[in-house]
Design a binder for this molecule. Structure first.
Ligand code: G6P
Length: 612
């Protein structure tokens, strides 16, 4: 969850670390800190509760910390309250070691008790501090930084991406990784570690992804990597080809708004190369037709918005392939003794490719013999690397915590997977396939027309931002779409919101509808439009204030009952949610804006959740 950056080179480290951290704040932002080794071989640490700006002000943009080697951290608290003391880096008692950590040290209590018995005094409530203290303890025995790291790694259990400094070895950072993202950046006379490439892309585009169990030694001259047995490893380097501007706001007030407006372009990247001669063609998928035919069970596993994409995908996959598909929350899947074997396909969806719950579900499925096909945005991420097959969404870097363009591209890719599978199995109707492909080509353009009407949504949000509770209702695809609309609103505006399958309202929830309750009624799915209308009438009869979303062809019909009707262009049914989600994203955005919320960094949330 937390963000890590490290620098060793010839320039002053602190400003580079602060800049890197500013791009990692989406990973956690309750406190931040940096450690820099001074020319006098002393480790200086500055850290503070609150946003990165507080730290930056404290050290005058880094000017107060002299030294060309350092590590920085932005925290999302798990063990210990977000305060100055619990912020990273943690220093060992003797002042020889500084450590930044992302992940959880599961056996920290036992290690802490052991060290306390040895006379070590702890300052913080964190699990991470044990790494710094244990390093010093072992170092005092062996007087070798690398050896002490090895002993620590053999002793700790859990997940970690670690950056470590030693005052006695002021020319190097040692980094280690297990179950938490960490990459190495290769510069010219300078080298980096980072949780995410956005932190270092200004300085280098040459990166390598650390694997579980690996340890890296970074100096100005180069990076050496070793496996768990301390044998040298030759790393494959990757060139990052997206522009630095992709991770900047580019004139938009928030990353979220920028990313909402980037969706048509992101969709073009995800769709166009995969449509050839009227067919969906995945050059990047290894699965053969024979393998697809042999699967007896299909699961989709994901968390959060990616799970909502999975729910939509279930409808489409089942419809086009006539195979039953189960969608599972990753955090539940791994503990439910799932019926998964060699004949099972597990489709894993994740923007970050690092979500711990999703990763654990993937491993559980893999251990049971399943074939893993993942749909991932972040290239080279852990989930991508551990899957049998990866389809990238190519949405570009997504910075706002609330996902938008990653969701849209995941959905488009999953729709295309459904079409490809449907064709492979001979289950899809030729006319429907053709229409879907034609409409997929038009989808980015149609989304642009939806975005042109963003002012209508802004006006509506201005009238309704004061509600305490908002309901989303819909059937079938519109129900799954409503779940995402409701989640967006909750995440960034903090308004209580629920999404219901419209038909379920009468079984309980309708009791909550009273005069003035806002109900967002989703009626884009033409086949069930009449049913959707009857539910609109039901809530209106109980006094609800209704905002309806439907297609252009159903606008007039809807307008007979509802005064505020938003529309999306007509398209193939399976693609309706791809367009329908845009007004819902914008609604959440503008409501949050009216309420003065911190849109890109909502309270208590992090973009990449690498804890269970
Ligand atoms: C976090 C984010 C959500 C996201 C979920 C799954 O909770 O705040 O926006 O949907 O993680 O993330 P993933 O990267 O696996 O798609």
């Amino acid at each position: 969850m937390c963000g890590i950056v490290g620098f060793v080179g010839r320039q002053e480290a602190a400003p580079i670390l602060l800049d890197g951290l500013s791009r990692l704040e989406y990973r956690g932002y309750d406190s931040a800190g940096v450690a820099v080794v001074s020319p006098r071989r002393e480790i200086q640490i500055k850290k503070s509760k609150g946003r990165l700006q507080v730290l930056s002000d404290l050290i005058h943009g880094g000017k107060d910390m002299e030294g060309t080697i350092g590590i920085g951290h932005t925290r999302w608290a798990t063990h210990g309250a977000p305060n100055d003391v619990n912020a990273h880096p943690h220093m060992s008692e003797g002042g020889k070691f500084a450590v930044i950590h992302n992940g959880i040290i599961e056996n920290y209590v036992e290690i802490k008790e052991f060290l306390i018995k040895q006379g070590v005094h702890f300052k913080s409530e964190t699990d991470s501090e044990v790494v710094a203290q244990l390093l010093e303890f072992y170092y005092n025995e062996c007087h070798d930084f690398f050896e002490a790291v090895g002993r620590v790694l053999r002793r700790i259990e859990g997940a970690y991406a670690l950056g470590m400094l030693c005052a006695d070895c002021p020319d190097r950072i040692i980094a280690a990784r297990k179950d938490a993202p960490l990459l190495l950046g290769y510069g010219d006379g300078e080298n980096f570690i980072a949780s995410d490439v956005t932190a270092i892309i200004k300085h280098t585009r040459e990166v390598a992804y650390m694997e579980d169990g690996e340890v890296a030694i970074l100096t100005t001259d180069g990076i050496e990597v070793f496996d768990a047995l301390q044998q040298p490893v030759k790393k494959e380097r990757h060139h990052i080809d997206w522009e630095v501007s992709a991770a900047e706001k580019g004139g938009y007030p928030h990353f979220m708004l920028k990313e909402i407006f980037e969706q048509p372009e992101a969709l073009r990247r995800a769709i166009s190369p995969r449509l050839k001669g009227g067919k969906v063609v995945f050059d990047d998928m290894k699965l053969t037709v024979e393998q697809i035919k042999a699967f007896q069970r299909i699961f989709i596993v994901a968390c959060g918005s990616s799970y909502h994409v999975g729910m939509l995908g279930k409808y489409t996959l089942e419809h086009l392939t006539r195979r039953s598909v189960e969608v599972a929350l990753a955090s539940e899947f791994r503990y439910c003794d799932p019926i998964v074997d060699m004949n099972t396909l597990v489709i894993v969806i994740s923007q970050s490719g690092e979500t711990l719950d999703t990763m654990a579900a993937l491993r559980e499925a893999k251990a049971r013999g399943a074939y893993i096909l993942s749909i991932v945005n972040v290239v080279g991420s852990s989930i991508a690397r551990e899957s049998d097959d990866v389809i990238y969404t190519w949405a570009g870097p997504e910075i706002a915590v609330a996902t938008t363009k990653a969701y849209s591209t995941q959905l488009a890719v999953l729709d295309m997977v459904a079409l490809a599978f449907g064709e492979a199995l001979g289950a899809v109707d030729a006319k429907e396939y053709e229409e879907a492909v034609t409409e997929l080509e038009k989808l980015p353009g149609k989304m642009e027309t939806v975005l042109e009407h963003c002012e209508d949504i802004q006006m509506f949000a201005a009238q309704h931002f004061n509600h305490n509770s908002i309901f989303f209702i819909g059937r079938n695809l519109d129900y799954a779409l409503g779940l995402e609309g409701s989640l967006k609103l909750k995440e960034i505006s903090y308004i209580h919101s629920e999404a219901y399958a419209s038909g379920e309202l009468k079984h309980g929830t309708i009791s909550l509808i009273e005069e003035g309750t806002l109900v967002v009624a989703l009626g884009t799915y033409g086949a069930l439009f009449d049913k959707a209308m009857s539910n609109v009438v039901e809530v209106k009869a109980r006094g609800a204030d209704v905002l309806a979303l439907t297609t252009e062809s159903h606008r007039d019909e809807m307008a007979k009952t509802v005064s505020t009707v938003l529309t999306i262009p007509d398209t193939a049914p399976m693609l309706l949610p791809s367009l329908g989600v845009v007004p819902l994203q914008l609604f959440a955005y503008y409501v949050a804006l009216q309420r003065g919320c911190d849109i890109d960094k909502p309270r208590n949330l992090a973009k990449s959740v690498t804890v269970e």
